[in-house]
Design a protein around this ligand. Sequence first.
Ligand code: FE2
Length: 187
Amino acid sequence: MDENPLIRNTVFRDARAAQPDSGIPGFMITAEQIQIVDGTLKLMSETELLMADFYRVCSKLWSDNAAFWEEIAQDEVRHSQIILKMLELITARPGQYTLYYDFKPAGIEGFSGYVRKMRDRAVAGEISQLNLLALLKDMERCMIEEKFFIIVTTSNPEYRRLVDGILEDTSVHKDKIGLRLLELSQA
Ligand SMILES: [Fe+2]
């Protein structure tokens, strides 16, 4: 199985700095950086749709549990829309946002390509059921631990609420899939 590029190409190193009130200084967003943030958030939004496709593969593989997988797929579709809303907020008032000090768009691009490739393999039936569960659990974990969603820091409460919601759902996904994996590997 290919190595997850987000692990090698760590986007964000310091978990404390993910907190906007951590006191770790960032950088004011410039006009050029807005272009990069725009491209990155659009790519993240697409990546969430790829994740939704993954979960729809699962709902076909485990059709007795289709509702479980469909619910996660719908969360990912919702996340994809929330990320575009986050972009709208930044674009409307860029002065309220500071580029996260360790923001590395190449890491997110690499991760997105990896998700696309694995999605295609899953759709083609090239990944076993247990490996698929392990892969998805690892992707969800990685998105949290590697601070996939932390592009900027801000005290804007609406923006923070949106990011916190995605992080919480992602953590729930990781745990739910982890449980399925445990059940199936012991069956
Ligand atoms: Fe998720």
